[in-house]
Unconditional design. Structure first.
Length: 134
């Protein structure tokens, strides 16, 4: 598949945002082990640099973004109070023209691969609303 770059981001795992994220998803933060919740890196998709690109893609189709599914693969845990790089890109879903796959690849300061996440996004077009307005 052909991946199109979206953004290269810095992801900070400061204690306060990590604990806030953990509380929001029902966890307890690093549990005193200086670990970050496994899905924390996924927050990179909510950054304006990423959302702006995805929202423009949807707007071009008069669609809205609907997060359908996500997958994660891990090689090493993220640690609190570190900085990571997240390369975000996307590709078309070859089976459905109304879906895209967004990927984030997380690397530590030494350039080692830590995790990868995929998000299946539907570009939902409300055709019934269009028909009702005609």
């Amino acid at each position: 598949p052909v991946w199109t770059a979206v953004a290269d981001l810095e992801l900070s795992t400061g204690r306060a945002p990590v604990d806030a994220f953990a509380a929001a998803v029902g966890g307890t933060g690093g549990d005193g082990r200086d670990r970050v919740p496994a899905t924390y890196a996924f927050t990179a998709l909510s950054r304006p640099e990423v959302l702006g690109v995805l929202e423009r893609m949807a707007a071009d189709r008069k669609a809205v973004l609907v997060h359908q599914a996500q997958q994660f693969s891990y090689e090493r845990d993220l640690e609190v109070d570190h900085s990571y790089q997240v390369a975000v890109d996307w590709r078309c879903n070859p089976d459905r023209d109304d879906r895209i796959v967004v990927r984030g690849r997380v690397r530590d300061e030494a350039g080692r691969h830590c995790q990868e996440f995929l998000a299946d996004i539907v570009l939902f077009e409300n055709r019934r609303a269009d028909e009702a307005g005609s």
